[in-house]
Design a protein around this ligand. Structure first.
Ligand SMILES: Nc1ncnc2c1ncn2[C@@H]1O[C@H](COP(=O)(O)OP(=O)(O)O)[C@@H](O)[C@H]1O
Ligand SMILES: N[C@@H](CCC(=O)OP(=O)(O)O)C(=O)O
Length: 254
């Protein structure tokens, strides 16, 4: 079997900084999958269900509370998958949807069923697109942004690499949004050294930020999976980061 790359795409990458899912970004990802598919199997962990719902429904009257977000996710998820299907279909990429929760990683039977499903899909040339099942679990809605989910998926299916698309070129020695003199970090081998570098701009609920990306990298390190944080706003970001052609942060898995 070819090595597996798990690619995590968050809402900010998928919307390309706008309030709509960017078909241009989906095309960019599709083109890269085509470029890589002789060498790798691709598995996508995608947020964006709520962002998709926002562009289809009049959100006035929908409170910004967890239950409303769950309902919006249920509305947006099939529309998001429709967009993936349309755009990826133009590139002859077939897709499948898997919805999961953290609890599925605690149950041996669920874990085995998940592995079987994903391996069957990739063996038949399908790209699994995974999101949290927001109807039955709300962990990522409240505290995360699918970073941890993507790390659990990568570990479970014994992926070769996890690529986390961010809104920034990776990790710096301090938050560049807060400090002009922040220095980029290309490689990390020691987590304890970099933890103090994280200083999130937003506080409270609803942001994963670098904190959840480091948590994801920590999970993967235990399974010897390389993690790369790259700026998903760059065109061709996945292919380029694999070739070390753009700035990114690699967490070496030795
Ligand atoms: N040391 C750091 N280096 C880089 N980014 C940092 C750092 N500390 C905090 N951050 C924040 O993490 C953000 C990237 O995390 P990401 O999960 O992609 O974004 P978000 O969850 O905000 O959509 C950056 O935009 C930045 O605000
Ligand atoms: N699962 C939900 C939300 C996950 C989430 O918070 O992700 P993100 O919007 O990338 O911070 C969705 O697809 O909209």
């Amino acid at each position: 079997m070819k090595p597996i790359i798990v690619l995590k795409l968050g809402s900010s990458t998928l919307t390309a900084g706008t309030n709509r899912i960017s078909r241009g970004k989906l095309e960019d990802v599709a083109r890269q999958i085509v470029a890589l598919r002789d060498d790798y199997h691709l598995v996508i962990v995608s947020s964006g269900a709520i962002a998709t719902a926002r562009q289809f429904i009049n959100i006035a009257g929908w409170e910004n509370e967890v239950a409303s977000k769950q309902a919006m996710s249920a509305i947006g998820q099939p529309k998001l998958m429709q967009m993936y299907s349309e755009v990826f279909g133009d590139f002859d990429i077939r897709i499948a949807q898997c919805l999961m929760t953290y609890r599925d990683f605690e149950n041996e039977e669920s874990k085995q069923n998940t592995v079987n499903t994903i391996h069957q899909l990739i063996a038949h040339g399908y790209v699994p697109i995974i999101n949290e099942n927001d109807t039955v679990a709300v962990e990522e809605l409240i505290v995360g942004d699918n970073d941890k989910l993507s790390a659990l998926v990568a570990s479970l299916i014994q992926a070769d690499k996890l690529v986390l698309a961010s809104d920034i070129d990776g990790l710096y020695d301090k938050n560049p949004h807060l400090y002009d003199d922040a220095q980029h970090i290309a490689r990390v081998s020691n987590f304890e050294e970099v933890l103090p570098f994280i200083e999130e701009k937003k506080h409270g609920l609803g942001t994963g930020g670098m904190t959840s990306k480091l948590a994801a990298a920590r999970i993967c390190k235990a399974h010897h999976i390389e993690v790369i944080i790259v700026n998903g706003g760059r065109t061709n970001f996945l292919v380029d980061c694999l070739q070390d052609a753009i700035p990114a942060t690699r967490f070496v898995s030795t």
